[in-house]
Structures are given as structure tokens and as C-alpha cells.
Design a protein around this ligand. Structure first.
Ligand code: B1M
Length: 207
């Protein structure tokens, strides 16, 4: 079995030690970090998501796979972030209140850092006010909000409303699996990105 497939399968099995070792080996073999990410780790996580949706596996299985995902992702992080690029601007990012999913948000942060942005990551389950307070304190003109649940994506509107009601010039970009361009337009967000690469493209346009 080729190594990227082995990474995907080990992630599905929730075997963090194996994912760690295989990712290390893939890096040493000279595979592209983005290839390891897209065709190993994310491929495995997408399969887990589908099995979870069909109730073929349960929450503890997903947690183990998430742990395995980080065993690989943590090694790729420094490689995805190229160093020495001058900062293009500051962005405050976080996962919306009530939502504990942070893998996608972290990936967006990694890619933005790699593209030369100064990223302030507030983590997960972030109250709407915290985004604005931090952006003001840090003089950041951009806020990025992630949501993975249909029940929490509505909290994104609170972030947008707080900013717009103040007449602030801070711009908001949103993303995450249940989010769409239509939803972004509906709540008045300035931009929407389908994935981390698109997020970088959009944020570059916004500054
Ligand atoms: Co949960 N979960 N989960 N989960 N989980 C989903 C999201 C779900 C779709 C699974 C399913 O049913 N198929 C489902 C949501 C259903 C819905 O609302 N429509 C779900 C559920 C129901 C739940 C719980 C409610 C389960 C329960 O308790 N009964 C619970 C909620 C907890 C909470 O948040 N309050 C829960 C918990 C968890 C874990 C903690 C076990 C774990 C998260 C661990 C962690 O993040 N540290 C987890 C996981 C891992 C998933 C799945 C399997 C994988 C998510 C992931 O990391 N994907 C997920 C199924 C799925 O999405 N296929 C699922 C990989 C990641 C790289 O992709 O996050 O989509 P993603 O990010 C992408 C893009 O979306 C985009 O770019 C990223 C990279 O390309 N993007 C942005 C993301 N943020 C962006 C921001 C941007 C721009 C782009 O701009 C700022």
C-alpha cells in the first residue's frame, strides 16, 4: 500500500503513533507536505466524516481520528509555513462560539501564516465580542470565523453584526463545511472561502 493511503487508513483507525511515523517517513521520502495533507490526512478524515454521518462509527472513534490527524498535522505545520516572508497584514481567527471543531480553522491559520500574514488565533468556542475586542486591540483589519455545525454557524452573524453596528472597517471572512457563499451574503460577511487555499486568496484580495 502506498504511503499516503497508509496514512489515510491509519488515521481512520485512530492510530496516532502510526500516523506520526508514516508522516515522518513521507516527509523524509521527499513527498510534498501539501500532498501528504490533502491525499493522506484530509482524505482519511473525510472518510471518517462520512462514516460518522451514516452512524457506522461513533464519537470516540472520531476523537481518536482527530488525535491522529494532529499527529501528522503538527509535523507538517512548520513545512507549510515558509519563513522569512514579510507580514502582509494581521488577521484574527477563531472557531465560533459553541463549536469545538478546530482542525480546519488551524489549517486556514497555517496557510495564512505561510502566505505571510500575522495570524492571531483565538482558538475554538470563541464569543463574538472576543473577535472584535482582539481585532481592535491588535489593530487588525481582518477577522476570520470558522464553523462546522449548522447549529453554530448562526453565531457567525453575531460577529458580523457587532462589527457592522459599530460602523467599523474591519472585514469578516467566514468558512467551514456547512457554510456557503449564499450564507455569507445573507449575514453580510465580506467574504467566504471553501477551503484554506481559497481563504488565502480571498484574504489577499481583502487587504
Ligand atoms: Co464533529 N461533526 N461533532 N467532531 N466532526 C462534523 C462537522 C459533522 C459534519 C459529522 C457528520 O455528521 N458527518 C457533524 C455536523 C453536522 C452538522 O451540523 N451539519 C458533526 C457533529 C454532529 C458533531 C457533534 C455534535 C457530535 C456529538 O456530540 N453528537 C460534536 C459537536 C461538538 C461541538 O463542536 N460543540 C462533534 C465533535 C467532534 C469532535 C470533537 C469529535 C471532532 C473535532 C476535533 C477537532 O476539531 N479538534 C469532530 C470531527 C473531527 C468531525 C469531522 C469528522 C471532521 C472535521 C474536520 O476536522 N475535517 C466532521 C465531518 C466532516 O466535516 N466531514 C464532523 C477536516 C478539516 C480539514 O476540514 O474542518 O471542513 P474542515 O475545514 C476546511 C474547510 O471547511 C475550510 O477550510 C478547511 C481546510 O480546507 N474552512 C475554512 C474551515 N474553516 C474555515 C474558515 C475560513 C475559510 C475556510 O475562513 C475564516
Amino acid at each position: 500500500m502506498e504511503i499516503l493511503n497508509q496514512i489515510s487508513v491509519s488515521l481512520q483507525q485512530g492510530d496516532d503513533e502510526k500516523v506520526f511515523a508514516l508522516t515522518k517517513q513521507a516527509i523524509e521520502n521527499g513527498l510534498y507536505p501539501k500532498d501528504i495533507l490533502d491525499n493522506g490526512l484530509i482524505t482519511g478524515m473525510n472518510i471518517i466524516g462520512e462514516q460518522f454521518r451514516k452512524r457506522e462509527i461513533f464519537l470516540p472513534d472520531v476523537l481518536m481520528s482527530a488525535k491522529a490527524m494532529y499527529a501528522g498535522l503538527d509535523q507538517l505545520k512548520p513545512l507549510l509555513i515558509s519563513e522569512g516572508i514579510p507580514t502582509l497584514g494581521k488577521i484574527v481567527i477563531g472557531t465560533v462560539q459553541g463549536d469545538l471543531h478546530d482542525i480546519g480553522k488551524n489549517l486556514v491559520g497555517i496557510m495564512l501564516k505561510g502566505a505571510g500574514f500575522d495570524v492571531i488565533d483565538l482558538g475554538k468556542d470563541v464569543p463574538p465580542e472576543k473577535f472584535i475586542e482582539t481585532a481592535k486591540k491588535e489593530n487588525a483589519k481582518l477577522v476570520g470565523v470558522s464553523a462546522l455545525l449548522t447549529t453554530t454557524m448562526t453565531n457567525m452573524k453575531k460577529v458580523v453584526d457587532l462589527i457592522k453596528n459599530e460602523g467599523s472597517d474591519i472585514k469578516v471572512i467566514i468558512g467551514g463545511a456547512p457554510v456557503s457563499k449564499e450564507f455569507a451574503d445573507e449575514i453580510g460577511a465580506d467574504a467566504y472561502a471553501y477551503d484554506a487555499a481559497k481563504a488565502v486568496e480571498m484574504v489577499k484580495e481583502m487587504v
